[in-house]
Design a protein around this ligand. Sequence first.
Ligand code: GUN
Ligand code: ZN
Length: 439
Amino acid sequence: MSSIIATTAIRGRFLDIKNTVAQAREIHDQVRYIEDGLLIIKNGIIQWFGSWQEGQQQLPEGLHVTHYPEQLIIPGMIDTHIHFPQTEMVGAYGEQLLEWLNTYTFPTEIQFQDPAYSQKMAQFFIQELLKNGTTTALVFCTVHPASVEALFEAATAQNMRLIAGKVLMDRHAPEALTDTAESAYSDSKALIEKWHGKGRNLYAITPRFAPTSTPEQLEKAGQLKAEYPDVYVHTHLSENKNEIAWVKELFPEREGYLDVYHHYGLTGAKSVFAHCVHLEEGEWDCMHQTDSAIAFCPTSNLFLGSGLFPLKKAWDKGVKVGLGTDIGAGTSFNQLQTLNEAYKVQQLQGEKLSAFESLYHATLGGAKALSLDDRLGNFNVGKEADFVVLDLNATALQQLRQSRAKNIEDTFFALTMLGDDRNIAATYVYGQAVYVKAQ
Ligand code: GUN
Ligand code: ZN
């Protein structure tokens, strides 16, 4: 491929956050809004970014420039916690976590023992992510290795940066959904060898949660992490009060829920814990000291009645937070809708989630939570060119509201309150348009 063919140029209105921050109040100073900007991409990587005025002379002669004069372009959104096998069961009525798992989730996940079924659902899932402007996700598969193969194959076909793993679960689940400590170790090891770092794929060791793993299995998970320190750990933590009480019964020798994971070597900079709604003080300290990250999943926490995530506490404690949809306990694939609920979760606690903080969590902050902020999350030169073109006026009501917007902050806030997949005009992965909304 000649360099001209591999080079792409996009002109439009760009909004991103330049640097990661330690405090929410610092985000405002890192906002970069370029009303008439230019992005030049070579072989999937951002080569130049700035104003159209300055950038024109950087353009290789004869290169076509794709122009989005009306839309808003932001970095690809990042979902730090989602279950691909639960796509079909979104909106399952009436239960809280433990009953919801037994009634709806486990029967649904059993179907993924069939590789053909896994492939079909993986393709649907990847399309749904792209259609919602999500370009990177940290994903739970099922206990079946074939579900992981199917997902990585579908992501590879789109050249997406995706992190996923096989669920480890050797107790308190139906027979067809359980592995053993030994098979969990050997199956995960084979998947790591095959997929971690292959193309843009990355692997996560994925114990479902402490109640469904024996101490022997958690020991094996820790052994795997010690052998492959570069892979991720992805699990659930402190989501629901009955769940927490159950963990304390099952592991009386441990100080608390997080200590179960910490004891087995599963905390760390590449560990992501979904929910953390009810952490105790010492657990916040452990999250900070180990540089572990939280996936905040507002639609799920509200849908399952789990509780209100204390986002301010996470900032105060210096703990990294990304945004998660947690499909299928969460009720939308869309990060704009997820931010809508995140805002309300903070309101119910007397806190304000600003529009720019929302943008941060959905992009650069999510990248930081996944230790990928050196590659993803904004338009800095050298980063991977994943981005979303947003239509601000997808409905008559949005058009009316946006015509009254005071500034870019208000524009983005209104988008998070009123927006959904109808606002995703196009999604680009590694410099290529992989989704374009039908007119
Ligand atoms: N805890 C253990 N498994 C699950 C799951 O599938 N979804 C959610 N939300 N919490 C869990
Ligand atoms: Zn989950």
